[in-house]
Design a protein around this ligand. Sequence first.
Ligand SMILES: Nc1ncnc2c1ncn2[C@@H]1O[C@H](COP(=O)(O)OP(=O)(O)O)[C@@H](O)[C@H]1O
Ligand SMILES: Cc1ncc(COP(=O)(O)O)c(N)n1
Length: 267
Amino acid sequence: MKKVLTIAGSDSSGGAGIQADLKTFSAHGVFGMSVITAVTAQNTQGVFAVQDITRDVIAKQIEAIFEDIEVDGVKIGMVSQVQTIEVIAEQLRHYAPQTIVVDPVMVSKSGYHLLNPEAEVTLIKELLPLAMMVTPNIPEAEVMTKMSIRTLKQMEEAAKIIYQMGAKNVLLKGGHLEDDSTDILYDGREFSYFSSSRIATKNTHGTGCTLSSAITANMALGYSLNEAVSRAKEYITIAIQHSLSIGKGVGPTHHFYTLYKKAGLIE
Ligand SMILES: Nc1ncnc2c1ncn2[C@@H]1O[C@H](COP(=O)(O)OP(=O)(O)O)[C@@H](O)[C@H]1O
Ligand SMILES: Cc1ncc(COP(=O)(O)O)c(N)n1
């Protein structure tokens, strides 16, 4: 069985972060492991407190996994602070796993700064050069490039700038634009487009976490980069189509719709 690691924050409400990542891994039939960078007190309505995990405990979690288990893919989500990023980068340079997907999580859908703004530069400098792929959403790409992004043309321009920052591939997600949800992949030579109709729902908590985990799982399973993104896009689209109205705010996606359907557990 393929073994995949998420390095990210915990979301107590189970919709985003570590919890979304592990559910996505399970739904893909890969074995999920986790390094927790921060514990958030969070639900569908907001983030109410964050406890960062110390540098030493993050280092030890990574060491415990890599010294014992072969890792087929790594996904990085919420990294919170400068020292968190530095220790992750240091450890990953040492263990050098083949596939690293970086989701540059900055601000939650509810508006909370999950990444200290002072750490934005560190994330770009330390993590992008290690990344097989980086998956910014539009607001994150705007912070990274300092440009305003409203059109597909501007998404392409931004993807080129982010590529120059060191990631081998850039997947710029279009979930925050108004038209169809088109994600653009740039590999330094050409663009590929992954499109779906916009689904009318407020329940998109954890969509970015889910997409990057699905890409990582598919890459670990041996799919090519383009296939991995295409399958992940299909997965997130179904997960949003069948998202769950849990809680009073922005509800989570449905990770097991396809599995339940196949097993005849739902109509
Ligand atoms: N309303 C929607 N309908 C269809 N796809 C969506 C919708 N919202 C987001 N997506 C897709 O979900 C994935 C996550 O995108 P996005 O919401 O931009 O990221 P983030 O969760 O990081 O803000 C992308 O593939 C995007 O195209
Ligand atoms: C621990 C953690 N990691 C990531 C997100 C981003 O998810 P979203 O953009 O859907 O709020 C989150 N809310 N919490």
